[in-house]
Design a protein around this ligand. Structure first.
Ligand code: A2P
Length: 282
């Protein structure tokens, strides 16, 4: 878990992150973050919209691990549509997390409802990005990126961005492989971060994963996460269950063969997935 990817700006990010989407605020968020850091995770992913930044921040503070050994990401929410609101949102997230700086701050959604029929995504993203760039210059944020962006959202952002996005956090798992988007990210030196790398748990019973897992003496969750890593993605498994938190970090004592990777590449569309954000229409 100390392995890292290097961003296009030279900063390093631990190759597996601990996801906290749908982790309830309060004791559950706090204790699962403590549990994760104890299990060796050094990368925690939250968002203003998850409503758990304060509890996640308490978990980080209580973990006893030094700030500079941890990598913390949070995200700019949909209601933030102007430069001024973005400046305030950055300060608010930093304060809620109880930190001096963020390692990574990303635009959560490219084209949410509040702007779709008003200012449009081009202007909103350019304006909030300017605030994010200034926060980098001010030392409040080390790296900036995006989430759920399609190529046309990135093309638009790249027209005005002085600092290039280092990461695109997207929904990608063996049953929803986002090939076009992943290829675009790669071509632009943007790291692909995979949220819901287990398809929110829905890929775990796929027979191909179960069979490969049995061969390696691993679980199907570990195989799905290893596939993500071997594809060059950064998976963010979410769990509030201590044994699973530990299991999802235990990925470095086995390797999938080229044939196994090909077999998993063939699973696109194989599982019934819930909550595919692409179907929500953003
Ligand atoms: P829980 O949080 O109750 O432990 P994703 O990361 O794709 O969003 O998937 C998260 C879902 O998968 C959660 O319901 C989580 O349950 C479950 N999960 C996480 N890790 C494992 C695992 N190693 N084995 C089985 N289920 C898991």
């Amino acid at each position: 878990l100390t392995d890292t990817y290097t961003f296009s700006n030279g900063e390093k990010i631990p190759v597996v992150g601990f996801g906290t989407w749908q982790t309830p605020d309060g004791d559950v968020a706090e204790s699962s973050v403590i549990e994760a850091i104890k299990a060796g995770y050094r990368h925690i992913d939250t968002a203003a919209a998850y409503g758990n930044e304060e509890s996640v921040g308490r978990g980080i503070a209580k973990s006893g691990v030094a700030r500079d050994e941890l990598f913390v990401t949070t995200k700019l929410w949909n209601k933030v549509t102007t430069y001024d609101e973005a400046v305030a949102a950055i300060d608010e997230s930093i304060a809620k997390l109880g930190l001096d700086y963020l390692d990574l701050y990303i635009i959560h959604w490219p084209n949410p409802a509040p702007i779709r029929e008003t200012i449009g995504f081009e202007k909103r993203n350019a304006d909030v990005w300017r605030a994010m760039e200034e926060a980098v210059e001010a030392g409040k944020i080390k790296s900036i990126g995006v989430s759920n962006f399609h190529p046309y959202h990135l093309d638009a952002l790249l027209k005005t961005a002085k600092i290039k996005p280092v990461i695109n956090q997207i929904y990608v798992n063996p049953s929803d492989q986002q090939e076009e988007l992943v290829a675009y990210n790669k071509a632009h030196d943007i790291l692909t971060e995979a949220y819901s790398p287990l398809g929110t748990g829905n890929v775990l019973d796929l027979p191909t994963l179960v069979e490969i897992a049995a061969k390696h003496g691993k679980s199907s969750a570990q195989v799905a996460l290893k596939w993500s890593l071997q594809k060059g993605y950064l998976p963010l498994p979410k769990s509030v269950t201590p044994a699973r938190i530990v299991q999802n970090a235990d990925l470095f004592d086995f390797e999938l063969s080229a044939d196994e990777i090909t077999a998993i590449d063939g699973l696109h569309g194989a599982a019934k997935l819930a909550n595919n954000p692409d179907e929500v229409g953003f």
